[in-house]
Design a protein around this ligand. Structure first.
Ligand code: B12
Length: 441
């Protein structure tokens, strides 16, 4: 068969006023450009698991979010879904099926709404796709009837046996970053989190040698790549993290990752991260007021317990030349209209190179979604609004309009050229050797 892998990339947001603002603000535009064209790692993993004897092609949807004409020449097309683009994905799937092309769908969204996806796709996979994919290919080749496959029926996935993603299929598309996974899942369970924890609850680290092997495969496609680790939380295990960095150092990479504030507890790890090419870590600080963090992380109340020590921790990371992108969520239960000014003030008071603000988003499948649905304060099935920049629920202590206006107000201030420069200045100053650290003449 001819198998097409169709990725829907790019950024999604609908609030027209926020969009208009974003397009003019330097701090905002910069991050969007960096990430807008990451390839779909999930599809590259499926490609690597495809049984021999089939022809494989990787496609990106067009900039108007329609499918390229060549996908119609495929016998089977695999589409990966996030909630925000799932309606576009369904529309593409419907058109392909009308034209006689078989469609398989997987990814975070359809894993939690398989019955919805089954109305648009021949084959739907719940959970991590690697083990189920050969069975999907076999079903499509045999013209088997539509079916929902559950990863659980194919046994526990051993991350040590993951193949090298087929980066070679990306051809010479102009990606400015490449994704590699070092781990899957996260030991914490934040009620809003809609990342890999949705596919499999367990936290698993990959062997460091496999990560290095995959990066070498990226380097065959791009000699000096910038790597974005597509992990939920990279440095949970500090000893493993130190070993990872030791083995990354000789590759002379630059990389970005998401982790939690506990990296700052381990000075040796921080040194090794810097030596290994760590450029930025994205850390969820979530809220300026610790009270809003109470109970958010449901296993050990991790986030609320840490909040008091943020400043010192962030300083330790940035002193190594690794920038921190601190993330705040707006619209938590405890947040009233005063939160926007509080975040502005707080972000100014702590050492951060970049700031990310997003709106609390109940994604389907999360404990947050179920809670707000039970309370009757969510717009059900408005998946298009699951962008992190749009509002699909009624916050507890402010109106929807106050939340929308507040994020615009904060966006304008946090991402202005002056504010961005002022925020970054201490970072660069902090890198200069301090007088007491200079070697004696
Ligand atoms: C890289 C990334 C992107 C890239 C995606 C590139 C691409 N073309 O796919 C870019 C930058 C484009 C992106 C955009 C967005 N993203 Co994003 N992104 C990520 C990130 C950091 C890693 C995803 C990843 O690579 N995972 C690793 C792979 C291996 O896992 P996977 O994709 O889930 O694939 C596995 C299974 O799902 C399954 N599978 C997947 N597809 C298929 C298909 C078939 C046929 C089968 C059988 C199986 C299968 O098998 C795979 C292997 O096990 C995650 C955060 C995180 N830490 O996970 C957020 C994340 C996925 N993004 C998120 C969001 C909200 C967005 C945006 C809406 C943001 C915005 N406002 O624009 C947009 C979505 C727009 C769009 N185009 O879809 C949310 C999604 C939540 C949700 N449930 O929908 C996440 C979880 C972050 C978060 N804050 O919660 N993102």
């Amino acid at each position: 068969m001819k198998i097409g892998l169709l990725a829907l990339s790019g950024i999604r947001a609908h609030d027209p006023e926020l969009l208009a603002l974003g397009l003019t603000l330097p701090g905002f535009v910069e991050r969007s450009r960096q990430i807008a064209s990451l390839p779909s790692l999930g599809l590259l993993y499926l490609a690597a698991m495809t049984p021999p004897g089939h022809e494989l092609r990787y496609f990106e949807a067009e900039s108007d979010r329609t499918e390229p004409a060549e996908v119609y020449s495929c016998d089977l097309v695999a589409i990966s879904t996030f909630s925000a683009q799932v309606r576009e994905a369904y529309a593409i799937a419907d058109r392909l099926r009308r034209a006689g092309v078989r469609v398989a769908m997987g990814g975070l969204h359809v894993s939690v709404r398989p019955e919805e996806a089954a109305r648009h796709a021949d084959y739907v996979v719940r959970g991590e796709g690697e083990a189920a994919w050969p069975a999907v290919v076999e079903a499509a080749a045999a013209g088997a009837p539509p079916r929902v496959f559950d990863a659980k029926d194919f046994g526990a996935l051993d991350v040590a046996s993951l193949p090298v993603p087929r980066y070679d299929l990306l051809g010479d598309r102009p990606y400015n970053r490449f994704t590699v996974q070092t781990s899957r899942g996260c030991p914490w369970r934040c009620d809003f989190c809609a990342s890999t924890v949705m596919l499999s609850q367990s936290y698993r680290k990959r062997p460091v040698a496999s990560v290095v092997r995959d990066i070498r495969a990226v380097m065959r496609v791009r000699e000096r790549p910038f790597i974005e680790f597509a992990d939920d939380n990279t440095f949970v295990d500090k000893a493993w993290g130190r070993e990872l960095c030791r083995q990354l150092a000789p590759l002379r990479l630059k990389w970005f990752t998401e982790t939690d504030i506990s990296v700052a507890d381990d000075p040796e790890l921080l040194d090794l991260m810097a030596e290994a090419g760590g450029r930025q870590v994205l850390i969820g600080l979530e809220s300026p007021a610790a009270s809003a963090l109470e109970g958010m992380e449901m296993r050990a109340n991790f986030k609320a317990r840490r909040a008091a020590r943020y400043t010192e921790a962030l300083r330790r990371v940035q002193a190594r030349g690794i920038t921190v992108n601190g993330c705040f969520i707006l619209g938590l239960d405890e947040h009233g209209p005063e939160v926007f000014a509080q975040v502005l003030e707080y972000a100014r008071s702590i050492p951060l190179y970049d700031v990310q603000i997003t709106i609390l988003t109940p994604f389907p499948g999360t404990p947050l979604y179920d809670r707000l649905l039970a309370e009757g304060i969510i717009e059900p099935e408005r998946w298009d609004l699951c962008t992190l920049f749009d509002v699909n629920y009624v916050p507890k202590k402010m109106s929807v309009e106050e939340l929308r206006a507040g994020i615009r107000w904060l966006t304008e201030r946090l991402y202005s050229a002056e504010e961005t420069a002022a925020r970054r200045k201490p970072f660069f100053a902090g890198l200069r050797p301090q007088p007491d650290h200079r070697p004696a003449a």
